[in-house]
Design a protein around this ligand. Structure first.
Ligand code: PA5
Length: 338
C-alpha cells in the first residue's frame, strides 16, 4: 500500500518544532496603531484554519479533555472570528498559506489587536504576517496539507506550552510512539478498509475523541472520495441513534473506542442498543498510554484505512479537484481576495 507521507510523520513532528521561536513571549508589535504584547495574559486560545490544517484545533480540543488546559480552546473554521473574545491568543494554521478563510480571520485578529502566531509552509499567510513582524513558524512540506498533520500540530502544541496553556513537552515523544505503533498495523487497516467498500460509514466517537472522528471523516472524503457521517456521543445518542432503524441501504457503523472511562462505558451501552437493532458495528480500539499517544494512534491508523480504501476503490488519493475549484472561484471574487 502507498502510505504517501505517513512513514515520514515521526520526522515531520520532530523537525517542525525546531522552528518554534524561543522568544515568543517577548514579542511586542504595533499593527494598525494597536500595540500587541505577546507577553500579556491570555484567557483563550483560538485556533483558526480549514480542513487538514483546521483539524489541529479539533485535536487540541480533544487533548484538553485530558490535560489541565488553563484556558478554553476555541476552534474556528471560518472567514470571521467569533465575537466577544476578550484576550485570546490566535494560532492561524494553513499548510499552503493561501487559504482565504484563514487569511481573512487572521487579518481580523490582527485588526482587533490580538497576538497571532502563524503556522504554515509559506504562501500569502507567511508574507502577510511576516511583513507586519508577526511570528510565523515555517514547517516542512508534504504531498498535500492533510499528509503534513504532525508538522502543523506539533508546533501548535509547543506554542501552548510557551504560553503556559498546557504542559505538553513530556508527552510529545509518546505521540510519535502512537504514530509508529499505527504504522505497524497495515494489515489491520487494509482489513477494515475492505469492510467499508460500497458503504456509507457511520462513525461513532466520544466527545473527547471528536477530533479523531472528524479527521477520519475528512480523510474518507479527501483520500477515498467517500461520504460518511460522524456521530459524537453522548449527543448522538439523543438523535443519530434514532436513525438506526432506517431503511437506507449501505450504512456501515464504525465505533471508535477510546479509554475505558465513563465515556467508554457509555459507548458500550450505545453499541448494545444499535446492535439490538441489527447494526453490527465494527469496533476500533484506540491504543496508547497518554492522551497524545492515543490520539496520534487513532488519526494515523484511520488515515491509513482511508488510503487502503482509496486503493481498493482505484481512487487517486492526493488530488482534491472540487476543493481546488472552490478555492479558484473564491479567489476571483473581490471580497475573498487576500
Ligand atoms: O487536506 C487538504 O488538502 C485540505 O483539507 C486543506 O487542508 C484545506 O483546503 C485548507 O488548505 P490549507 O491547509 O492549505 O490551508
Amino acid at each position: 500500500m502507498n502510505l504517501i507521507d505517513y512513514p515520514r510523520w515521526p520526522s515531520l513532528a520532530r523537525e517542525s518544532i525546531l522552528n518554534v521561536p524561543t522568544d515568543l513571549r517577548s514579542i511586542k508589535l504595533s499593527v494598525e496603531g494597536k500595540v500587541i504584547d505577546y507577553g500579556g495574559e491570555i484567557d483563550s486560545v483560538v485556533i483558526t484554519g480549514m480542513g487538514g490544517s483546521g483539524v489541529v484545533g479539533d485535536i487540541i480540543n480533544d487533548l484538553c479533555w485530558f490535560w489541565d488546559c488553563r484556558v478554553p480552546i476555541i476552534v474556528s473554521k471560518n472567514m470571521r472570528l467569533p465575537k466577544r473574545l476578550s484576550r485570546p491568543l490566535v494560532i492561524a494554521i494553513s499548510y499552503s498559506g493561501n487559504t482565504a478563510e484563514t487569511i481573512m480571520s487572521t487579518n481580523e485578529a490582527l485588526s482587533r489587536g490580538y497576538p497571532v502566531i502563524g503556522i504554515t509552509t509559506g504562501g500569502k499567510l507567511s508574507t502577510v504576517l511576516g511583513s507586519k513582524g508577526v511570528p510565523v513558524i515555517l514547517v516542512p512540506k508534504a504531498s498535500a496539507p492533510r499528509y503534513g498533520l504532525p508538522a502543523l500540530l506539533y508546533p501548535a502544541l509547543v506554542v501552548l506550552e510557551r504560553f503556559g496553556v498546557a504542559s505538553v513537552t513530556n508527552e510529545l515523544e509518546s505521540g510519535i510512539s502512537g504514530i509508529e505503533n499505527a504504522l505497524k498495523r497495515i494489515d489491520d487497516a487494509v482489513n477494515l478498509a475492505k469492510q467499508l467498500v460500497n458503504s456509507v460509514p457511520v462513525v461513532w466517537v466520544t466527545e473527547s475523541r471528536r477530533g479523531v472522528g472528524i479527521r477520519f471523516k475528512n480523510d474518507l472524503n479527501e483520500n477515498a472520495k467517500y461520504y460518511s457521517v460522524v456521530s459524537v456521543i453522548p449527543e448522538g445518542a439523543h438523535n443519530d441513534i434514532a436513525a438506526v432503524t432506517t431503511k437506507q441501504v449501505g450504512l456501515k457503523h464504525v465505533a471508535i473506542m477510546g479509554l475505558n472511562d465513563y465515556e467508554g462505558l457509555y459507548e458500550e451501552v450505545l453499541i448494545d442498543v444499535i446492535s439490538s437493532f441489527g447494526a453490527r458495528p465494527i469496533i476500533i480500539k484506540l491504543e496508547g498510554n497518554t492522551p497524545l499517544e492515543t490520539e496520534m494512534y487513532g488519526v494515523t491508523f484511520l488515515g491509513m484505512v482511508t488510503l487502503a480504501l482509496a486503493e481498493l476503490l482505484g481512487v487517486e488519493p492526493v488530488s482534491t479537484e472540487p476543493i481546488d475549484r472552490l478555492k479558484n472561484l473564491l479567489s476571483e471574487r473581490r471580497v475573498f481576495q487576500v
